[in-house]
Design a protein around this ligand. Structure first.
Ligand SMILES: *Cc1c(COP(=O)(O)O)cnc(C)c1O
Length: 454
């Protein structure tokens, strides 16, 4: 590891030690013993800072709590891991996390009627209004992951045996959200280009009606799927769902937070996004937004009364189990939000850089892209069976030679050992980094005698 990165972590940890001293002392200040420890810690910190500045010294801290390794891959490498790219924290989110990491840290100023989205200090209530606006819907709630957003909707709309239409590329969490509500998934097939169309949706709805005698109760479709990150006909699908009067859940796990999403224009009844996948937030976090029409149902408040104590719990929302993200997760979302809003407006540049990389990869003979091309997203599925895999066939490290070559050049996040079909995500890489990335691939190809078109 780079000494400077090592020393940065050591300095941060040393400051946390200092912070720990304040927590153990009286509000009136440090006593003389604590003052001695404080001075020692500051002296240690200064030595670390000197090493940090000069890039000198040996690693002194390599574990957290004696067993947990430091995670430095975002500092040391270019990380092209498909699901991690847009969930990397902003600097502001990392500050929020160290400041609000304590358990129920959002609850300092929670006042009647005691609900997370009503708290105004810090500005959680305002953030909820902003979130709804951000996806152009009427109401928004934060949820522990997109999956919990799906589940709140299926818990509201799906009864035992009901059909829910998902895509043939649906994420497993969509299956599970339907299953947890007792429903049955029905998958819309893809066309030859691996795209879900409005026409296919209409056919599937008819098929389900004929087969079960009932209409599906929900249509849940990903704008960009997780396998190819192909763009599906989301607006046509919304129209078709509405023609049948079936509510439509727009799955924006790969869109909300990276590109502009207009829920009303799409015709969505629900918009779901993932905080840790696409909104630069701590996991588990996400957003569930909806129109006025659905709020009384999906955001229904408790109606239960204790038989013995006669207790009632006011305006707690049933599907959300009252409150959801009560600490550092939510504050990280809020701290990243200004950056996230701004970055959606630069999506075209992200797509350009994605295409730049893919074009360079395609110049390496035998390489292919399995996702739709030109790319409309930064996540792509590629096929290097005819290029990098030909080397793996006879290499003593098999497919791992490729990971070795990448990591020795500072690239991580490809599926270790995979040289045939695999996914990568260029989201967040700047011009300099994406050029470097492409050069690395070209360099490895040339090293092994795979021809590269100039
Ligand atoms: C990642 C992903 C999810 C799950 O998101 P979480 O926020 O982790 O629950 C759901 N759907 C799709 C299409 C995804 O890519």
């Amino acid at each position: 590891m780079s000494t400077r990165i090592q020393k940065t972590f050591e300095a941060l940890f040393q400051l946390e030690e200092v912070r720990g001293l304040f927590r153990e002392s009286l509000p009136t200040g440090l006593d003389s013993e604590e003052e001695t420890v404080f001075r020692q810690r500051i002296a240690d910190l200064k030595a670390i800072i000197a090493d940090l500045e000069a890039g000198t010294g040996t690693p002194k801290v390599t574990k957290i709590a004696g067993s947990i390794d430091l995670r430095t891959r975002e500092e040391e490498y270019i990380n092209i891991q498909p699901i991690q790219a847009a969930g990397r924290l902003t600097t502001e989110a990392r500050k929020a996390l160290i400041s609000y990491g304590d358990g129920y840290s959002t609850c300092d100023a929670c006042r009647k009627p005691f609900r997370l989205d009503k708290i105004s200090k810090p500005g959680i209530a305002e953030f909820h209004r902003e979130l709804a606006k951000f996806v152009n819907m009427d109401h928004a709630r934060v949820v522990p992951g997109a999956r919990r957003g799906f589940q709140a909707v299926t818990g509201t709309l799906v009864n035992r045996g009901d059909s829910v239409i998902v895509s043939a590329l649906a994420h497993y969490t969509e299956f599970l959200a339907v299953e947890s509500a007792g429903g049955v998934v029905k998958e819309v097939p893809l066309n030859k280009k691996n795209i879900v169309t409005g026409d296919a949706m209409a056919e599937k709805i008819e098929e389900v009606r004929q087969e079960t005698g009932k209409l599906p109760v929900l249509v849940m479709i990903d704008h960009f799927d997780y396998q190819f990150a192909n763009e599906h006909e989301i607006e046509n699908i919304g129209k078709v769902a509405h023609q049948y009067d079936i509510p439509f859940l727009y799955n924006g796990a790969y869109t909300v937070g990276v590109l502009p999403v207009d829920g009303k224009k799409i015709g969505a009844d629900f918009v779901v996004g993932s905080g840790h996948k696409s909104m630069a937030s701590v996991a588990p976090s996400g957003v569930l937004a909806m129109t006025d029409e659905w709020a009384p149902k999906a955001l229904r408040t408790t109606a239960m009364t204790g038989d013995l104590t006669k207790r009632k719990f006011g305006i707690k929302e049933v599907e959300l189990l009252g409150c959801t993200l009560m600490g550092g997760t939510l504050l990280s979302m809020m701290a990243s939000f200004p950056t996230v809003k701004a970055r959606t407006l630069k999506w075209d540049d992200e797509v350009k850089r994605s295409n730049y990389f893919i074009d360079r990869l395609l110049k390496i003979q035998g390489s292919n892209v399995l996702s739709e091309y030109p790319r409309k997203h930064t996540l792509s599925k590629v096929d290097t069976t005819g290029s990098f895999d030909t080397i793996a066939q006879t290499h003593k490290r098999r497919g791992f030679y490729f990971s070795d070559e990448l990591s020795s050049r500072g690239i991580v996040g490809e599926f270790a050992g995979a040289t045939r079909t695999w996914k990568l995500n260029t989201y967040g890489l700047n011009e300099k980094q994406v050029h470097y990335l492409a050069d690395v691939f070209t360099g490895i190809a040339e090293k092994y005698g795979i021809s590269v078109v100039k």
